[in-house]
Design a protein around this ligand. Structure first.
Ligand code: MG
Length: 161
């Protein structure tokens, strides 16, 4: 049985924050405003995985009012989401994603992002695809904020116990 899920996230770019995307710290003048590390790519991915498994969304699992998640690495959230879907008897078939950022350039970090995601989800790098695009400077998404979309396809490997 196949299950598909979609995720979307956006965070504002602000000064005095580290920029972390796909678990990779990118030297940049601004970072993303959030309760956690603001990793929009991983948040969109968590929502895609949770959605595919019928497990709600990231806000239900990791409320931004909970001090345990303050500045937490979103790789830890992704790891917890992976545990939740494995427990439900699913495994990841593949994931695909789009990052929308006018800058910095994502391509130099692409392989590191794929490595972070595949090793956290314990899947092959060929099962993870990352795409990056800009908004061509025509709107706030990409310049004032960074956004991400993700989809995940899960396979049911065992019955829920
Ligand atoms: Mg978020």
């Amino acid at each position: 049985m196949l299950r598909v899920g979609i995720g979307y996230d956006i965070h504002r770019l602000v000064r005095h924050r580290k920029l972390v995307l796909g678990g990779v710290h990118m030297p940049f003048a601004k970072g993303l405003h959030a309760h956690s590390d603001g990793d929009v790519l991983l948040h969109a991915l968590c929502d895609a995985l949770l959605g595919a498994a019928g497990l709600g969304d990231i806000g239900i699992h990791f409320p931004n009012t909970d001090t345990r998640y303050k500045n937490i690495s979103s790789l830890k959230l992704l790891e917890a989401v992976n545990c939740a879907i494995l427990e439900r008897g699913y495994k990841v078939s593949n994931i695909d994603s789009v990052l929308i950022a006018d800058s910095p350039k994502i391509s130099p970090y692409r392989n590191s992002i794929i490595k972070n995601i595949s090793s956290t989800l314990k899947i092959k790098s060929a099962q993870v695809n990352i795409k990056a695009t800009t908004s061509e400077g025509i709107g706030p998404i990409g310049s004032k904020a960074i956004a991400s979309y993700a989809v995940a396809l899960l396979l049911k490997v065992k019955r829920k116990h």
